[in-house]
Design a protein around this ligand. Sequence first.
Ligand SMILES: Cc1cc2nc3c(=O)[nH]c(=O)nc-3n(C[C@H](O)[C@H](O)[C@H](O)COP(=O)(O)OP(=O)(O)OC[C@H]3O[C@@H](n4cnc5c(N)ncnc54)[C@H](O)[C@@H]3O)c2cc1C
Length: 420
Amino acid sequence: MIGQPEVEKALLHQLDTPVRFGERVASIHEDDDGVTVTTEAGRTTRAKYAIGADGARSSVRQGLGIGFQGTKPEMIWAVLDAFLDTDFPVCSEIITFQLNGQSRVSWIPRERGMSRFYVLLDGDVTQEKAEASIREHLAPHRVDFVRTEWFSTFEVRERIASAFVTKEGKGRIVLAGDAAHVHSVNGGQGLNTGIADAFGLIWRLALACRWQEKGAGGADPGGVVSTYDLERRTVAQDVINVAARLVRDTMHTAKQYVATIEKNAGYITGMGVAYSEIGSRLIVDSERGIWKAGRRCPDLTLASRRLADDQQQQWQRQLRLYSLARYGRFLILAIGGASNDLHAFQRFRHAADILTLASAAEVGAVGGGQDDSDGSCPTTYASDLVAPEDSFHVLVRPDMYIGYVGDAEGVVEYLLNLFP
Ligand SMILES: Cc1cc2nc3c(=O)[nH]c(=O)nc-3n(C[C@H](O)[C@H](O)[C@H](O)COP(=O)(O)OP(=O)(O)OC[C@H]3O[C@@H](n4cnc5c(N)ncnc54)[C@H](O)[C@@H]3O)c2cc1C
């Protein structure tokens, strides 16, 4: 419910790279060793890789001749952000209104007490028609538009780039965000999918740069950049399909529309997006219980251990697994009894963190005794979701997707492919 300008401001705040607004890219050229980008201000930048995240009309994509195919369902929506005076019982959730068997108006509460409306109209799409439609849908309640801060229209387009990485996945120019995929706003997945592209891409580029610094040739020496193309293009197509179903369901009852949202909640929230069974070489088909390669690592609630004043171990402080993860690094989880094999991973300490997850039911039996939070040895936590008999490893990628579940040899083999 937080407006995109607020999200962008917060993200910009985190960047330590200067952003030059209003400076358009005039040309982009790729050769064997890198990419050269020239702007309309005459500035030239040379880099190992370039990311074309220049929106739906991406000149980078067009300049490279990458196709952008799809459908246009001939639906034009009005969008408005307004402050209302109404006797409608306002709530803090999205409401879809049904009238004459269709669901053409959605009301989304925004920051500052503002309301966002999406209104599907026929013929000319104007602010007056949108406001009249909202009044009709909310009747018999009274609605006065005190101040409309923003009004716009958008035509639904469902398109996907034919490649997200140049040279059939082996090039140096990568597309992300709306430059790579566009769809209807239903489900609110556009910016979210773009951010997930970035989250899935940057660690791969960092890994590829590392290989090149060590003397490896080619744009994708470890074969990781091409997996971005495969994984994110598959997900983008699924997101487009979900948004397409949703936008067409606005022509049906609200019950049907909401049922489609509920059915696809995993995709809409991003929590259910998975890379299993699509042939990515960074996903080794394997699973144990709640752990499955290709799925997001579960964000378990953990209890950490410390020495109490009387030197007895205590399990205390609840925290979430994700709060321990550091972006850019792999995470090796030694589940239950598997904590005996950890010496095998010492050679990967520069790239991977190691955590031991013990069964909360067996806490008393977990030995060790030392406070191991200084990083000299793996840190141990307890979880209700670890069973006393569990004994295996889970390798979690920097984007928090599980790459492998199994024995220590399998983890070593996986990491040796990336860090020989
Ligand atoms: C009405 C509406 C509601 C939406 N609601 C949601 C929502 O609730 N949730 C959600 O997740 N998404 C939502 N979206 C989608 C979301 O806005 C987009 O998916 C998102 O902005 C895409 O981000 P992007 O950075 O890929 O592209 P953009 O936001 O389009 O940014 C591209 C940038 O590249 C710049 N640029 C373009 N060409 C050049 C060039 N040649 N040189 C240099 N710079 C260039 C542009 O100026 C722009 O700053 C909504 C979209 C609309 C229209």
